[in-house]
Design a protein around this ligand. Structure first.
Ligand code: IPD
Ligand code: CA
Length: 267
C-alpha cells in the first residue's frame, strides 16, 4: 500500500533535479534566512495532487503556505517538499523530500528522498527501516563515541543562546559534530549509522515527522529536547540518540536547561 508513496516521492525528486535558474524565484518567508523558491511550491503541489489521488481519505499538512487540511481525518500526510531549501538554492545537492503519514495519533509511514544521490529512506511502523529497500540499523554507541549532527534553528532567534550553550557543553563529550542544513536527512543519516545523534532547538513537523519513524524503526530514540514526546502539529525541539546515548544526552541537556538564562527558550 505504501509503495505508491515511495513512487510519488521519487517522481517529485525529478522536479528537484530538473530545476534551473533557481535563484530567480527566491523569496523571503519569515526572515532573510527563511527562503522559498517556486520549486518548493511546485513540488508540494505535485505531492498534494498525487498523494491525495492515491489516498483520497487522507488529509494534508504541508510547509508551503502552511496547508493544513486535517479536520476530521484519521490520517494525514506531513510534507516538506524541499527540506534544505537554502542548500537547494546554493546547488549544494543536499536536500530531501520528506513525506510522513500520520495515522490515529502516531506516525505510520515515513519516506525521505535525497534525489541527488537517489537515496530513499523509508519505514513503516513495526516493519524496520530501509535505505533503497535494504534494512538499516542505528549504531548503539555512548555519547563519547558519537558523531552528533545538529541544526541551528536559525528561523527562531530566541533559541540561539541555547543552541550555542548546548554546542559548548556537548562538544567536549562527543566524538565530533556535523551540520548539513537538512534536518530530515540528518535523522536518516543517524538511522543509517553515518552519524549517531542529533539535536535542534526548534523544528516544524514536516522537518522530522517522516524521519522520526525511520529513527525509531532503526533502533533509535527520538524525543523533544526536554524528553517529552514529539509533537506532530506544532513546533518542537528534537533530540535523537541511541539507547546508550539518548539518556546521556537528556542528562546533559537537562543541566543546560536549568541554567538561568536558558529557561523558556524551547518551543
Ligand atoms: C530547514 C532544514 C535545516 C534546519 C532548519 C529547517 P527547510 O528546513 O531542515 O537543516 O536547521 O531548522 O527549517 O526550511 O530548508 O525546509
Ligand atoms: Ca522546506
Amino acid at each position: 500500500m505504501y509503495e505508491r508513496i515511495d513512487q510519488i516521492v521519487r517522481e517529485a525528486g525529478r522536479i528537484v533535479l530538473s530545476a534551473h535558474h533557481i535563484s530567480d524565484s527566491v523569496k523571503e518567508k519569515t526572515s532573510h534566512c527563511d527562503l522559498v523558491t517556486k520549486y518548493d511550491t511546485m513540488v508540494q503541489d505535485f505531492l498534494y495532487r498525487e498523494l491525495l489521488a492515491a489516498f483520497p481519505e487522507a488529509g494534508f499538512y504541508g510547509e508551503e503556505g502552511d496547508v493544513l487540511e486535517i479536520a476530521d481525518k484519521r490520517g494525514y500526510f506531513i510534507v516538506d517538499p524541499i527540506d534544505g531549501t537554502t542548500n537547494f538554492i546554493r546547488h549544494a545537492r543536499q536536500s530531501s523530500i520528506n513525506v510522513g503519514y500520520y495515522l490515529d495519533g502516531r506516525m505510520e509511514y515515513g519516506a525521505v528522498y535525497q534525489p541527488y544521490t537517489d537515496e530513499l529512506f523509508t519505514a513503516q511502523r513495526g516493519c524496520g527501516a530501509y535505505l533503497n529497500g535494504k534494512p538499516i540499523r542505528m549504531n548503539n554507541l555512548p555519547l563519547s563515541e558519537s558523531i552528533v549532527m545538529y541544526g541551528s534553528a536559525i528561523y527562531y532567534r530566541q533559541t540561539i543562546p541555547l543552541t550555542a550553550q548546548l554546542m559548548a557543553e556537548l562538544l567536549p563529550s562527543v566524538l565530533d559534530f556535523r551540520r548539513s542544513g537538512t534536518a530530515g536527512l540528518d535523522l536518516c543519516y543517524v538511522a543509517a549509522g553515518r552519524a549517531d545523534a542529533f539535536f535542534e532547538c526548534c523544528l516544524r513537523p514536516w522537518d522530522y515527522a517522516a524521519a522520526s519513524l525511520i529513527i525509531q524503526e532503526a533502533g533509535g530514540i527520538v524525543t523533544a529536547l526536554d524528553g517529552s514526546p514529539l509533537r506532530f502539529f506544532d513546533r518542537c525541539s528534537v533530540a535523537v540518540g541511541s539507547p546508550q546515548s539518548h539518556p546521556e544526552l537528556m542528562k546533559l541537556v537537562g543541566r543546560v536547561l536549568q541554567q538561568p538564562d536558558m529557561k523558556g527558550r524551547l518551543p
